[in-house]
Write a protein of this length. Structure first.
Length: 230
C-alpha cells in the first residue's frame, strides 16, 4: 500500500517535470535551428521525445534524492541543447532569442494547462493534481531560468544585451555563478533541514515572483489565477 502511494505521488510529479523540461530544451534547439544553427537539429535535439533530453544525474538521480530527503523543492536539469552561437544569423541578437525560447514555451505551457484545468469534470485526483503541478513546474522553470546569471537563460539574455566589455566579464563568471546557484538552492536548504533552520532561498526569493508571473499571465488572457507555491 505504501509503495502504491509513493508511485502515485512520484508519477504525478514526474510526468509534468519531464514534459516541461523536454519542451524547454526542444524550444531552444528549434529557435537556434530557425536562426541559422542546425547543431541541435543534426543531433536530434529538436524533438519532443523526452529520452533525447534526459540527463541521468540531473533529471532522475538528483530529483529523486531531493524527494527522498524531503527537500523544500525539487530541482534538476536536462542535457543542455548544444548551440553554436557563431553560426547564428546575428549572434548577439539571436543569442537572446534562443535563450528566451525555453522560458517562453514554459509560460505558454502553463497557460495552456491552466485553460485545460478550467474544463468541467476534469477534477479527478491524479489528473487534477498533475495539471496543477504542471502549472507550477512550468512557471518555476521560466522564472528560475530567467535569473540574469550564466549559465541560466537569463544570463544568456544579459550577455546578449549588455555592452561587450560587461558581457565578456559576465560570461567569464559562469562557473563560479553555477557553484553559487547550486549552494544557494540545493546545499543550503538541505543544511537547514538538518539543523532545524529554514534556509530555503528558493521560497524566500523566487516563489513570490512565480506567483506574480502566474497571476500576470493569467490576468492578461482572462484565465482564473492559480499558483500553488510549488
Amino acid at each position: 500500500m505504501e509503495i502504491g502511494r509513493i508511485l502515485y505521488s512520484v508519477s504525478m510529479q514526474a510526468l509534468p517535470v519531464i514534459l516541461a523540461i523536454t519542451f524547454h530544451e526542444a524550444a531552444h534547439g528549434f529557435v537556434a535551428w530557425r536562426l541559422g544553427d542546425d547543431t541541435a537539429k543534426r543531433l536530434g535535439r529538436v524533438s519532443f521525445n523526452p529520452l533525447r533530453h534526459i540527463d541521468p544525474a540531473g533529471t532522475i538521480v538528483l530529483p529523486a534524492l531531493l524527494m527522498y530527503f524531503e527537500s523544500p523543492f525539487v530541482f534538476g536539469w536536462a542535457k543542455p541543447v548544444p548551440v553554436n552561437f557563431a553560426r547564428l544569423d546575428n549572434p548577439r541578437r539571436d543569442m537572446v532569442r534562443v535563450a528566451l525560447a525555453g522560458p517562453g514555451i514554459n509560460i505558454a505551457l502553463a497557460l495552456l494547462v491552466r485553460l485545460v484545468d478550467e474544463v468541467p469534470d476534469l477534477a479527478y485526483s491524479w489528473w487534477d493534481g498533475a495539471l496543477r503541478i504542471s502549472i507550477d513546474i512550468n512557471v518555476m522553470l521560466a522564472v528560475f531560468n530567467m535569473l540574469p546569471l550564466p549559465p541560466l537563460d537569463g544570463g544568456r539574455v544579459a550577455v546578449g544585451l549588455l555592452p561587450v566589455p560587461l558581457a565578456v566579464r559576465l560570461a567569464e563568471l559562469e562557473r563560479p555563478l553555477m557553484a553559487l546557484l547550486l549552494f544557494a538552492f540545493l546545499i543550503l536548504p538541505m543544511i537547514g533541514t538538518q539543523i532545524g533552520l529554514r534556509l530555503d532561498v528558493f521560497s524566500y526569493l523566487l516563489v513570490p515572483v512565480m506567483g506574480w508571473v502566474s497571476h500576470g499571465v493569467c490576468a492578461l488572457f482572462g484565465v482564473p489565477h492559480h499558483f500553488g507555491g510549488y
